[in-house]
Ligand binder design. Structure first.
Ligand code: SF4
Length: 363
């Protein structure tokens, strides 16, 4: 088992390494030691803040915790859990991959094994479906549609793309988004696994732990109070940009819209709120908002975690609540904390203040 296998446990060579090591996975699970501990951390971290947490220093523990985490996710058997877990694994893998590519010191080291772009293309059968050109990359349309099937945002829709000769053009910086999707699909592939009783029984209390984290998330989604002055700084800044009529990138629009739906705003209220900005067409805003709240899609999306907000440059004006109280975990946690701290009479819901159907923007 090599460090590269532990870094990218979803790769075929990593699976082979686990098989060849002939590990007694049932024994390891019964032992309930560091491998199970790390597996729980992978899944609960993914649910809490979209991150699978720091790697265990031991290559063997880190690698073996991946199949155990997939077993845990299978036993929980909730689509939101599988989806968030797969997404967190993919985000971590792409972040490691991109950091290693940019790390010239590592490049110089002949002893450090690295994953190349062509390795990833080969792993996901993309070598024949993807080629570089002067504008970025050209992707075979069938492959493109498969990879973007779960990606939110109108820019991924085929009608908004250049399609020529059966190929879709993407910008170089969009390649990582597609690779992330390929990894996420690989991680969730085959889930839920059919888990035999001899493995399920010793994991019972661990599954309960994951379920309890999942139910906390559901509670968070039940916030139904809109008090913009209590929003986290990142969401205040995004709202401010909308009010100023500025153009927002795909991830920023997704983040603020998912935040507003999560705190109980209706599609009509969000459409009203965005109307001040001419770059938000009513029809598209309605479509995107309904998609995010799960009315026209199989998934009810939650806003990105602080880690994801940071990676897209949307984490701005961090304050002491971000640093001390929520430990930069999730903008919804920030908002929930703020609502808990406030006196009841301080919390005037923006919707009550602005009356029925009146178009207004929060300060
Ligand atoms: S730390 Fe989190 S809540 Fe605070 S500004 Fe950044 S993304 Fe928002």
């Amino acid at each position: 088992m090599k460090p590269l296998h532990a870094r990218y446990p979803f790769l075929a060579p990593s699976r082979t390494a686990v098989e060849e090591a002939d590990v007694d996975l049932v024994g390891l699970i019964r032992e309930d030691g560091p491998v199970v501990e790390r597996a729980v951390e992978r899944v609960t971290g993914a649910l809490r803040d979209g991150s699978i947490g720091n790697a265990h220093p031991g290559t063997r523990v880190e690698l073996l915790s991946y199949p155990v985490a997939r077993v845990l996710v299978s036993l929980v058997d909730e689509r939101i859990c599988t989806r968030k877990y797969a997404h967190a694994e993919a985000t971590r893998a792409i972040s490691l991959f991109s950091a290693a590519r940019n790390d010239t010191a590592e490049l110089a080291s002949a002893r450090t094994e690295r994953l190349s772009l062509s390795d990833l293309f080969a792993e996901f059968d993309l070598a024949d479906a993807l080629r570089e050109d002067e504008e970025g990359y050209c992707v075979a349309v069938g492959t493109y549609l498969r990879l973007v099937s779960d990606l939110w945002g109108d820019e991924w829709r085929l009608v908004n793309r250049t399609l020529a000769g059966g190929e879709v053009t993407i910008a170089s910086e969009e390649l990582y988004s597609l690779l992330e999707e390929a990894i996420s699909q690989r991680v969730s592939d085959g889930l839920p696994l059919s888990v035999p009783e001899e493995i399920a029984a010793p994991l019972e209390s661990r599954v309960e732990t994951v379920r309890s984290v999942l139910s906390d998330l559901d509670l968070t989604r039940e916030i139904d109070t809109v008090v913009p002055e209590r929003f986290p700084p990142c969401m205040k800044a995004l709202l401010d940009s909308i009010q100023k009529g500025e153009h927002l990138g795909h991830h920023s629009r997704f983040a603020i819209t998912a935040f507003l739906t999560s705190i109980g705003m209706s599609t009509d209220e969000i459409v009203d709120l965005y109307m001040v900005n001419s770059s938000f067409g009513e029809e598209m805003t309605r479509y995107q908002t309904d998609h995010i709240r799960g009315e026209t899609s199989p998934t009810e999306y939650t806003p990105p975690s602080c880690a994801t907000m940071q990676s897209y440059g949307d984490c701005v004006n961090k304050d002491e609540i971000c640093e001390d109280e929520i430990n930069e975990s999730h903008p919804l946690n920030y908002y929930e904390y703020q609502l808990e701290q406030a006196d009841e009479d301080e919390l005037v819901d923006w919707r009550e203040e602005n009356g029925d159907g009146e178009t207004a923007t929060p300060d």
